[in-house]
Design a binder for this molecule. Structure first.
Ligand code: FE
Length: 178
Protein backbone atom coordinates (compact mmCIF):
# COMPACT_ATOMS: atom_id res chain seq x y z
CA UNK A 1 0.00 0.00 0.00
CA UNK A 2 2.78 2.25 1.10
CA UNK A 3 4.60 1.91 -2.21
CA UNK A 4 1.47 2.68 -4.25
CA UNK A 5 0.82 5.90 -2.33
CA UNK A 6 4.49 6.82 -2.65
CA UNK A 7 4.33 6.43 -6.43
CA UNK A 8 1.34 8.81 -6.54
CA UNK A 9 3.21 11.30 -4.36
CA UNK A 10 6.38 11.02 -6.47
CA UNK A 11 4.97 10.81 -9.97
CA UNK A 12 1.39 12.02 -9.60
CA UNK A 13 2.28 15.50 -10.78
CA UNK A 14 2.78 14.22 -14.30
CA UNK A 15 0.24 15.55 -16.76
CA UNK A 16 -2.69 13.24 -17.43
CA UNK A 17 -2.15 12.49 -21.15
CA UNK A 18 -3.13 15.73 -22.88
CA UNK A 19 -5.71 16.77 -20.24
CA UNK A 20 -5.66 19.90 -18.08
CA UNK A 21 -5.16 17.99 -14.82
CA UNK A 22 -2.31 15.96 -13.32
CA UNK A 23 -2.49 12.21 -12.78
CA UNK A 24 -2.99 12.73 -9.06
CA UNK A 25 -5.76 15.34 -9.53
CA UNK A 26 -7.47 13.00 -11.99
CA UNK A 27 -7.27 10.04 -9.58
CA UNK A 28 -8.56 12.10 -6.64
CA UNK A 29 -11.44 13.58 -8.64
CA UNK A 30 -12.46 10.14 -9.89
CA UNK A 31 -12.34 8.63 -6.36
CA UNK A 32 -14.23 11.61 -4.91
CA UNK A 33 -17.06 11.11 -7.43
CA UNK A 34 -17.38 7.45 -6.39
CA UNK A 35 -17.30 8.41 -2.73
CA UNK A 36 -19.97 11.11 -3.21
CA UNK A 37 -22.13 8.49 -4.91
CA UNK A 38 -21.87 6.33 -1.77
CA UNK A 39 -20.03 3.50 -3.52
CA UNK A 40 -18.13 0.62 -1.89
CA UNK A 41 -14.53 0.95 -0.70
CA UNK A 42 -13.57 -1.43 -3.54
CA UNK A 43 -15.06 0.78 -6.26
CA UNK A 44 -13.66 3.97 -4.71
CA UNK A 45 -10.22 2.28 -4.61
CA UNK A 46 -10.64 1.18 -8.24
CA UNK A 47 -11.43 4.78 -9.21
CA UNK A 48 -8.41 6.10 -7.35
CA UNK A 49 -6.07 3.52 -8.87
CA UNK A 50 -7.56 3.04 -12.35
CA UNK A 51 -4.74 4.85 -14.15
CA UNK A 52 -1.95 3.54 -11.95
CA UNK A 53 -0.56 1.84 -15.05
CA UNK A 54 0.22 5.27 -16.54
CA UNK A 55 2.55 5.89 -13.60
CA UNK A 56 4.50 2.64 -13.80
CA UNK A 57 5.23 2.26 -17.50
CA UNK A 58 8.68 3.18 -18.69
CA UNK A 59 7.72 4.49 -22.09
CA UNK A 60 8.49 8.14 -21.36
CA UNK A 61 6.23 11.19 -21.67
CA UNK A 62 3.40 11.82 -24.14
CA UNK A 63 2.93 8.23 -25.27
CA UNK A 64 -0.48 8.73 -26.91
CA UNK A 65 0.79 11.73 -28.88
CA UNK A 66 3.57 9.46 -30.13
CA UNK A 67 1.00 6.91 -31.31
CA UNK A 68 1.70 4.35 -28.58
CA UNK A 69 -0.92 2.54 -26.49
CA UNK A 70 0.70 2.07 -23.07
CA UNK A 71 -1.83 -0.68 -22.22
CA UNK A 72 -2.09 0.90 -18.79
CA UNK A 73 -5.26 -1.01 -17.86
CA UNK A 74 -3.21 -4.24 -17.79
CA UNK A 75 0.11 -2.86 -16.64
CA UNK A 76 -1.20 -1.97 -13.19
CA UNK A 77 -2.71 -5.37 -12.48
CA UNK A 78 0.34 -7.44 -11.40
CA UNK A 79 1.16 -4.84 -8.75
CA UNK A 80 -2.41 -4.24 -7.61
CA UNK A 81 -3.64 -7.84 -7.47
CA UNK A 82 -1.17 -8.66 -4.71
CA UNK A 83 -2.97 -6.19 -2.48
CA UNK A 84 -6.54 -5.88 -3.75
CA UNK A 85 -9.42 -8.23 -4.60
CA UNK A 86 -11.00 -8.67 -8.05
CA UNK A 87 -13.67 -6.13 -7.10
CA UNK A 88 -10.87 -3.54 -7.35
CA UNK A 89 -8.72 -4.94 -10.16
CA UNK A 90 -11.47 -6.09 -12.58
CA UNK A 91 -13.06 -2.64 -13.12
CA UNK A 92 -9.53 -1.26 -13.65
CA UNK A 93 -8.68 -3.97 -16.18
CA UNK A 94 -11.95 -3.33 -18.01
CA UNK A 95 -12.09 0.48 -17.97
CA UNK A 96 -10.61 0.91 -21.45
CA UNK A 97 -12.93 -1.77 -22.86
CA UNK A 98 -15.79 0.10 -21.16
CA UNK A 99 -14.96 3.18 -23.24
CA UNK A 100 -14.98 1.08 -26.43
CA UNK A 101 -18.33 -0.37 -25.29
CA UNK A 102 -19.96 2.97 -24.43
CA UNK A 103 -18.95 4.39 -27.83
CA UNK A 104 -20.61 1.39 -29.50
CA UNK A 105 -23.93 1.68 -27.68
CA UNK A 106 -24.16 5.47 -27.44
CA UNK A 107 -22.79 7.80 -30.18
CA UNK A 108 -23.34 10.82 -27.92
CA UNK A 109 -20.81 9.28 -25.52
CA UNK A 110 -18.14 9.39 -28.23
CA UNK A 111 -19.05 13.01 -29.03
CA UNK A 112 -18.52 14.02 -25.42
CA UNK A 113 -15.07 12.40 -25.11
CA UNK A 114 -12.12 14.75 -24.78
CA UNK A 115 -9.84 15.05 -27.85
CA UNK A 116 -7.10 13.14 -26.00
CA UNK A 117 -9.50 10.35 -25.15
CA UNK A 118 -10.70 10.11 -28.75
CA UNK A 119 -7.07 9.86 -29.85
CA UNK A 120 -6.25 7.10 -27.37
CA UNK A 121 -9.45 5.24 -28.31
CA UNK A 122 -8.07 4.61 -31.79
CA UNK A 123 -4.79 3.27 -30.36
CA UNK A 124 -6.78 1.06 -27.98
CA UNK A 125 -8.59 -0.69 -30.83
CA UNK A 126 -11.44 1.75 -31.52
CA UNK A 127 -15.20 1.42 -31.02
CA UNK A 128 -16.40 -2.12 -30.29
CA UNK A 129 -18.39 -3.98 -32.95
CA UNK A 130 -21.89 -5.05 -31.89
CA UNK A 131 -20.60 -8.57 -31.24
CA UNK A 132 -17.67 -7.33 -29.13
CA UNK A 133 -20.00 -5.03 -27.18
CA UNK A 134 -22.40 -7.90 -26.46
CA UNK A 135 -19.50 -10.01 -25.25
CA UNK A 136 -18.08 -7.24 -23.08
CA UNK A 137 -21.27 -6.60 -21.15
CA UNK A 138 -21.61 -10.26 -20.14
CA UNK A 139 -18.37 -10.20 -18.18
CA UNK A 140 -18.34 -9.95 -14.41
CA UNK A 141 -17.63 -6.38 -13.26
CA UNK A 142 -18.55 -4.85 -16.64
CA UNK A 143 -21.19 -2.61 -14.94
CA UNK A 144 -18.62 -1.43 -12.38
CA UNK A 145 -16.11 -0.73 -15.18
CA UNK A 146 -18.75 1.36 -17.01
CA UNK A 147 -19.50 3.28 -13.83
CA UNK A 148 -15.79 3.90 -13.26
CA UNK A 149 -15.47 5.04 -16.86
CA UNK A 150 -18.20 7.66 -16.50
CA UNK A 151 -16.48 9.17 -13.47
CA UNK A 152 -13.13 8.87 -15.26
CA UNK A 153 -14.47 11.07 -18.07
CA UNK A 154 -15.73 13.67 -15.59
CA UNK A 155 -12.54 13.75 -13.52
CA UNK A 156 -10.72 16.26 -15.71
CA UNK A 157 -11.67 19.61 -14.19
CA UNK A 158 -8.74 22.00 -13.69
CA UNK A 159 -8.19 23.22 -10.11
CA UNK A 160 -11.16 21.39 -8.62
CA UNK A 161 -10.71 21.03 -4.84
CA UNK A 162 -10.90 17.39 -3.66
CA UNK A 163 -9.95 15.46 -0.53
CA UNK A 164 -6.23 14.62 -0.65
CA UNK A 165 -4.49 11.26 -0.90
CA UNK A 166 -4.38 10.71 2.86
CA UNK A 167 -8.18 10.98 2.95
CA UNK A 168 -8.41 7.89 0.77
CA UNK A 169 -5.80 5.85 2.68
CA UNK A 170 -8.47 4.37 4.97
CA UNK A 171 -10.60 3.45 1.96
CA UNK A 172 -7.61 1.69 0.36
CA UNK A 173 -6.95 -0.21 3.58
CA UNK A 174 -10.59 -1.19 3.81
CA UNK A 175 -10.59 -2.47 0.23
CA UNK A 176 -7.24 -4.29 0.53
CA UNK A 177 -6.87 -8.07 0.96
CA UNK A 178 -4.18 -7.72 3.62
FE1 FE B 1 -8.55 7.91 -16.35
Amino acid sequence: MHIILEIYRDRGNAQYGGEAVSQLEHALQCAALAEQAGQSAELIAACLLHDFGHLVHRLGEGVTARGIDDRHEYRAIPILEKRFPTAVTAPIRLHVAAKRYLCAIDPSYWNALSPASKRSLELQGGIFSDAAAAQFIQQPYAPEAIQLRRWDDLAKIPNLPTPDLSHFTTVLQEAAIV
